[in-house]
Design a protein around this ligand. Structure first.
Ligand code: ATP
Ligand code: MG
Length: 434
């Protein structure tokens, strides 16, 4: 075990996302000292601090702080929350606590973790956990670069602890698992390793490939639940820089991870997928974006594999239904349809299915993009109420007229509210003639 002294104050000031947390940490620090329990930072915060200060890498401020206590965390938090206004929001089965605190009238969420030992009894299943000391807590981690800790209280206050040469691997830019069974225990670590490699432009150590081989041999990725696979892939989309997405997907593909997890993805989709995600960034909400991302990876010949990405049987049925709908009914005559007829087809399909279809059928891609960015937003200026005031009473007729107004706008035949009114009047005249 190697130890290094560090400037605690400068460390804290560098890593804290908001200065108000400094005071809070001092209180936590004093309490752990008083209780004789060792409090420390672990994981990404320490890694990123070293990358920034030692190796001058450009690193974003951490979004989550991993604060660990070797001791009785529940009691500790109860005592802490007598000194600071706040509450425990959530307690997990892994002895971790999500805590909300109020500082200067603002709310902050902090994750506290109990130093713990993990025992994996089944391949790719969640471990049993037991409170333990900081050494066991280091040894349960995913990669050597994530094993460094910085102590906040005695006996290691202001000390960087490097138990297993994590600092050297960080220096060399190596993604190395702690042992060769690491990915059999928890195959989600493979996806995590890929993220670190791509994010920091690091290299996989020899041990990464050996651990991967063991994992493939035991078919551990096949045993990983669909929910956990989908969670990991969502992190590619949500936690990493957008410009890294292609490399993340390609790295996963070339390591054969998708195949081993029982998912046939189509590498040729990656470019369209990334293009559509970026073009339509503002048109989709997060849930729609995630679903589209996952569906868009798949080879449309093997759609059942959506089940391996956390989609339900019902959703799978819907996807297939939409594909059949567009495939059988329209695709062979697609070119002959008018713009309005195409828009009518698009309107019947939920957004993320439609986007997935734009990937499976490249001939409709450009029109789908235009549909989201332009056509979908075109609305008549006259409202249903305006039409009522103009003398149209039946709901069905109002609906039809609004649709007609929209169509004429999309086709560029009318541009102003006045022209809309003219069209309605013509409609009324025609009706009275009949
Ligand atoms: P990021 O910058 O992405 O937040 P991080 O290293 O802080 O990176 P987290 O997902 O926040 O990643 O996890 C915190 C720490 O918990 C990691 O550094 C790692 O030590 C440990 N950890 C997380 N997931 C696993 C896992 N599946 N197996 C082992 N250790 C893990
Ligand atoms: Mg983190």
């Amino acid at each position: 075990m190697e130890t290094f002294e560090i400037e605690l104050e400068s460390f804290l000031k560098t890593i804290l996302p908001i200065p108000e947390l400094y005071e809070f940490l001092l209180i936590a620090q004093n309490l752990s000292k008083k209780r004789g329990e060792f409090l420390y930072f672990a994981g990404g915060v320490v890694r990123d601090y070293l990358l920034k200060t030692l190796y001058k890498k450009k690193i974003e401020k951490p979004k989550d702080l991993d604060l660990v206590l070797q001791g009785n965390l529940k009691n500790f938090l109860e005592e802490l929350l007598k000194k600071v206004k706040g509450e425990i929001l959530f307690e997990s089965q892994f002895l971790t606590y999500k805590v909300k605190i109020y500082l200067n009238g603002k709310e902050f969420l902090i994750d506290f973790i109990t130093a713990r030992k993990e025992i994996y009894e089944d391949i790719a299943k969640l471990p049993k956990v037991f409170p333990s000391d900081f050494k066991d807590d280091i040894l349960r981690r995913d990669f050597t670069i994530n094993t460094l800790i910085i102590g906040l209280s005695p006996p290691y206050k202001g000390i960087l602890i490097d138990l297993i040469n994590g600092k050297k691997d960080l220096e060399r830019g190596l993604i190395k698992p702690l042992h060769l069974n690491s990915f059999v225990d928890d195959p989600t670590r493979i996806f995590r390793g890929i993220r670190y490699k791509v994010r920091f432009s690091f290299k996989f150590a020899e041990e990464f490939f050996l651990a991967l081989e063991k994992c493939f041999k035991k078919e551990a990725l096949k045993k990983l639940s669909a929910t956990r696979i989908a969670n990991e892939l969502r992190l590619y989309l949500n936690k990493e820089p957008e410009e890294k997405l292609k490399e993340l997907l390609e790295t996963t593909f070339y390591l054969n991870i998708f195949e081993e997890a029982g998912i046939k993805v189509k590498k040729e989709n990656f470019n369209s997928l990334i293009e559509l995600l970026s073009e339509l960034r503002d048109e989709l909400n997060i849930k729609e974006r995630e679903k589209f991302f996952l569906l868009g990876l798949l080879n449309s010949q093997f759609l059942e594999q959506a089940l391996r990405l956390g989609f339900t049987e019902f959703e799978l049925k819907e996807i297939k239904k939409n594909i059949d709908f567009i495939n059988k009914k329209y695709l062979k005559d697609w070119k002959k349809l008018s713009l309005w007829e195409k828009i009518k087809v698009f309107e019947k399909i939920p957004p993320f299915y439609l986007l997935a279809l734009a990937i499976y059928f490249p001939e409709i891609k450009e029109e789908v993009i235009k549909y989201f960015k332009e056509y979908k937003k075109i609305k008549p200026e006259l409202t249903g109420n305006d039409l009522k005031n103009l003398g149209i009473k039946k709901g069905k007729e109002i609906g039809e007229l609004l649709d007609l107004l929209k169509r004429k706008r999309i086709e560029g035949e009318i541009k102003t509210k006045e022209e809309e009114k003219d069209l309605v009047i013509q409609f009324l005249l025609k009706k009275s003639e009949n």
